[in-house]
Design a protein around this ligand. Structure first.
Ligand code: PXP
Length: 250
């Protein structure tokens, strides 16, 4: 786990629950998806229990906890969700911003604007043994604040990189991710990344020295719908391994 040349894959299974919630029924079950993802080589399972419960439900958190090896709960800095985290004890929580109207998480959590609330929730979770990660933009001030707040890890949001269209803008965003990773590692933080990563853009991110965990959902679930979970997770593991292998050559 401490070898930073190994990049863990956290498979975000929210969209399995999205399909289930389309009919408010029982299938497909995210618990079954989590088991299949782990069997295919996922290093962890990530779920976002949103305040509006649009996909993952409390029952999923409850059932996944004893089933998966490494459970990462994405959550807003909310007291009610923190209470559930303390009850079910995921291995890791990732604090994210949350807006009702958004399609998915937009941008990182602004630790400067929300410092008091984030600090309050981190205090509440401290002592529980749950690893705390903060989902933030690749910005030195945000990273310094994460360190000052006592986070063990940050998840750097890769949306701007994933959405970049031209070679110049892609290179610029990658430079930002590299710089932010170096800065965070020098401060002793573990570095995770996620958002918008897919089979084509993940290699360059996995190639960044110091990145230890990638949380990926939409692209894996999209491939799983057509080709099956086993193939979708294995293909992503292999794309990440290609990126990691290129680290030594740079
Ligand atoms: N990391 C965080 C913090 C997220 O909020 C999400 C989306 O739920 C992801 C990673 C996964 O993003 P995507 O579904 O675009 O792979």
């Amino acid at each position: 786990m401490n070898d930073t040349r190994i990049v863990r894959l956290g498979v975000n299974i929210d969209h399995v629950a999205t399909i289930r919630q389309a009919r408010l029924g029982h299938e497909p079950d995210p618990v079954a998806a989590a088991i299949m993802a782990e069997l295919a080589g996922a290093d962890g399972i990530t779920i976002h229990l949103r305040e509006d419960r649009r996909h993952i439900q409390d029952r999923d958190l409850k059932m996944l906890r004893p089933v998966v090896r490494w459970l990462n709960l994405e959550m807003a800095a909310s007291d009610a969700i923190a209470d559930l985290a303390l009850e079910y004890k995921p291995d890791e929580v990732t604090l994210v911003p949350e807006k009702r109207a958004e399609l998915t998480t937009e941008g990182g959590l602004d630790l400067i604007a929300n410092r008091n609330q984030v600090e309050k929730i981190m205090k509440k979770l401290s002592g529980s043994g749950i690893v705390i990660s903060l989902f933030i933009d690749p910005d030195c001030e945000q990273i310094e604040t994460a360190r000052a707040l006592g986070a063990q890890a940050i998840e750097i949001q890769t949306a701007r990189y994933s959405e970049a269209k031209t070679k110049v803008s892609i290179d610029r965003e990658l430079d930002e991710l590299r710089e932010a990773t170096r800065f965070a590692r020098d401060l002793g933080l573990h570095v995770h990344m996620g958002h918008g990563l897919n089979y084509h853009n993940v290699q360059e991110v996995a190639a960044i020295h110091g990145v230890e965990e990638l949380n990926i959902g939409h692209s894996i679930i999209s491939r799983a719908v057509l080709l099956g979970f086993d193939r979708a997770v294995k293909d992503m593991k292999s794309a990440i391994a290609d990126g990691v292998a290129s680290r030594v050559k740079r």
